[in-house]
Design a protein around this ligand. Structure first.
Ligand code: ADP
Ligand code: MG
Length: 640
């Protein structure tokens, strides 16, 4: 007896839906792509309950006739390609004819459409893939699709949905991407309570970037291109000089925006790469960007980049990924080098400064340009090393750093000048001998002692201390961060925190996705001492911030909190959210590296650190303390 059978259409559609419709954002993506393919100039997206209850996409595109509307729900029904050859030259966003039947298989869908030339439109209702109703209707040209009760008949999928705001966040980034790629089209994204994005048609990508991401982002970017380059013909045979080439070389056009060297991101979330206006992930291009920023950004730090590459559709295969998120280039090496060289040129033209400590710049150099970037990729601003002979700034133990800060210095001073000023210990013999690798034990230690005697600092950044157990080196920034983190968190757990009012509100532009995150955590921010209010479209005004934060740091702090909560993290528990906020606040309030400390402050820091629950690691997981065990030191000197 035969056991193999062809699955019914409805089952096949559900299976296809498994690949195409991963979450509400994938539904919205397919519908927006269809609207763009239909030549729409205005696209409105409305979402309820993170897309579980409703995803509505309405456009003023070409619309469909009644017959086409019904056909569109058949699998592999598409108006975009006709033959297998067309697959080699896809110039539309869609081509597989799978989206509508797949979405309709796992939701209740209502589609209303009218083609411009037709008198009346069509309204179709489909539930779980079954056609429920078709009728004529009067409506404007274009198409409106309502997808309701997504995954109502696939409970397993429904269970994997994240919180409403997480799902809405995904939709917001998707709409942002398409809005960035199509400045000549209008986009609007709304939820039940908010307008998350509104971008009316504009004449340039620059204007669109401003609309969507705000002026602060634009200020951080250098624009490049458009540059057109001809791709050399593949293995062109030796043609006679006068023979006409049969194929003309492909024209590649590249343009975009790359962040200035001082912009440091801890992940690659803000690297956008568009191929023929389709956002794609591409390892090759990430590598090209890493190469362009080599020697400009410290290792492990990412830039912000938007790269738009337009090329003949024959040069790229978009049929390699179920949701078309990846593509394959016919000549990857050419694309790689084109991206790298274009970005590099833009950065050179913008006169980047090296990211690493450099000798003091001449007076004429603008401080903003000359300030060295942080030494290890954190958002830490180097503090000036005090010149020899100048007294240490008086500061009460406890490091309230709200007093006006000195200007960042333009260079690190060489070690010899590093101020161990207030305390000049006779250097123990061990100090003059470099520790060999095996003499350096791991930074694993049991208890952190409360009897450490500070000896001084290394490069005004690391405290050197001793006790009977040996030699200790403490990273002053992360140590203080750990202390403040625990203090802030325990005060927050006990009650609502009061912030300090800022003299002038600080306006922070948010990306649409960050606006969603912000709405979600606004109450907790308030309870942490922030006072933040919506300010115009896409921005917030910060009127108060936690007491230890210097006003100059407020904008960075708010951004960092929103960024560290990334998309997935929007489903955080309240406890995790509080920890994240406390960690960010602590990082920005903590004493920085490159800052001379007197004996009293070093002593205070070590005692407070010993009182914390977890003195060995900072809230971000980096080590705080290194210990050189006395036994190891003696062994290294062959004394035992
Ligand atoms: P694909 O986009 O791969 O062709 P879809 O299932 O997404 O497949 O859509 C099927 C067809 O329905 C499209 O080829 C197009 O002709 C038509 N269609 C879908 N959405 C729209 C729309 N918003 N406006 C006009 N036509 C549409
Ligand atoms: Mg489609």
């Amino acid at each position: 007896m035969s056991v193999i059978r062809i699955l019914p259409e409805a089952v096949a559609n559900k299976i296809a839906a498994g690949e195409v419709v991963e979450r509400p954002a994938s539904v919205a993506k397919e519908l927006v792509e269809n609207s763009l393919d239909a030549g729409a100039h205005e696209i409105e997206i409305h979402v309820e309950s993170g897309g579980r209850r409703l995803i509505r996409v309405a456009d003023n595109g070409c619309g469909m006739t009644r017959d086409d509307t019904l056909l569109a729900f058949e699998r592999h029904a598409t108006s975009k390609i006709k033959s297998a050859e067309d697959l080699d030259e896809i110039s539309t966003l869609g081509f597989r004819g799978e989206a509508l039947p797949s979405i309709a298989a796992v939701s209740r869908m209502t589609l209303e459409t009218r083609q411009g030339s037709e008198e009346v439109g069509t309204r179709v209702e489909i539930s779980g893939g079954r056609l429920r109703d078709v009728k004529e209707m009067v409506r404007p040209g274009g198409t409106k699709i309502d997808v309701q009760s997504l995954f109502f008949n696939t409970p397993a999928r429904r269970k994997f949905l994240r919180s409403e705001s997480t799902e809405l966040g995904h939709i917001a980034s998707m709409v942002t991407h398409y809005a960035l790629a199509h400045p000549d089209k209008g986009f609007r994204l709304t939820s039940m309570t908010n307008e998350i994005l509104k971008a009316s048609p504009v004449g340039s990508h620059r204007e669109r970037l401003y609309q969507v991401m705000g002026g602060q982002m634009l200020d951080q970017l250098v624009e490049f291109g458009p540059v057109e380059r001809l791709m050399p013909l593949p293995n062109a045979p030796d043609v006679e000089a006068d023979a006409e080439p049969e194929v003309s070389p492909a024209v590649f056009r590249i343009f975009g925006f790359a962040s200035r060297p001082e912009v440091h991101k801890l992940n690659r979330n803000q690297i956008y790469f568009f191929v023929n206006r389709r956002l794609v992930r591409d390892r090759l291009v990430l590598h090209a960007l890493t190469e362009a920023y080599r020697n400009i950004l410290p290792a492990g730090i990412s830039p912000v980049s938007l790269v738009f590459l337009d090329l003949p559709p024959t040069e790229v295969d978009v049929n390699v990924h179920p949701s078309k998120a990846e593509v394959r280039f016919r000549n990857g090496a050419f694309v790689h080098d084109l991206v790298r060289d274009s970005v590099l040129q833009a950065l050179k033209a913008a006169r980047p400064v090296a990211a690493f400590p450099m000798p003091k710049q001449p007076e004429t150099t603008k401080p903003a340009e000359a300030a060295p970037a942080p030494p290890h990729g954190q958002d830490l601003e180097p503090f000036p090393t005090r010149q020899r002979g100048t007294p240490a700034p008086a500061q009460a133990p406890g490091f309230r750093l709200s007093a006006p800060r000195p200007q960042p210095s333009t260079a690190y001073l060489p070690l010899a000048e590093a101020a161990l000023s207030t305390y000049a210990p006779p250097p123990p013999a061990a100090w003059s001998v470099p520790c060999s690798a095996d003499a350096i034990p791991e930074s694993r230690i049991g208890e952190f002692p409360s009897d450490l005697q500070p000896l001084g600092q290394i490069q005004s950044s690391f405290i050197v201390a001793t006790n009977i157990e040996g030699l200790w080196i403490i990273d002053q920034h992360v140590a203080h961060e750990r202390i403040l983190f625990e203090q802030h968190l325990s005060r927050r757990q006990a009650s609502k925190l009061e912030g300090q009012r800022l003299l002038l509100p600080i306006v922070v532009d948010l990306r649409p996705e960050q606006r969603v995150t912000f709405q979600n955590i606004a109450d907790e921010l308030t309870a942490n001492g922030f006072e933040v209010e919506p300010f115009g479209q896409g921005s917030v005004a910060v009127k108060a911030a936690p007491a230890d934060i210097h006003p100059d740091d407020v904008e960075k702090l708010v951004r960092e909190i929103l960024e560290s909560l990334g998309r997935e993290a929007r489903a955080l528990s309240l406890d995790e959210l509080r920890r994240k906020i406390a960690a960010s606040v602590a990082c920005h309030a903590a004493i920085k590296v490159n800052r001379p400390l007197d004996q009293e402050k070093m002593g205070w820091l070590l005692v407070e650190l010993s009182k914390t629950d977890c003195p060995m690691t900072c809230p971000h997981g980096r080590p705080v303390v290194l210990r050189y065990d006395m036994k190891e030191i003696q062994k290294a000197f062959k004394r035992i």
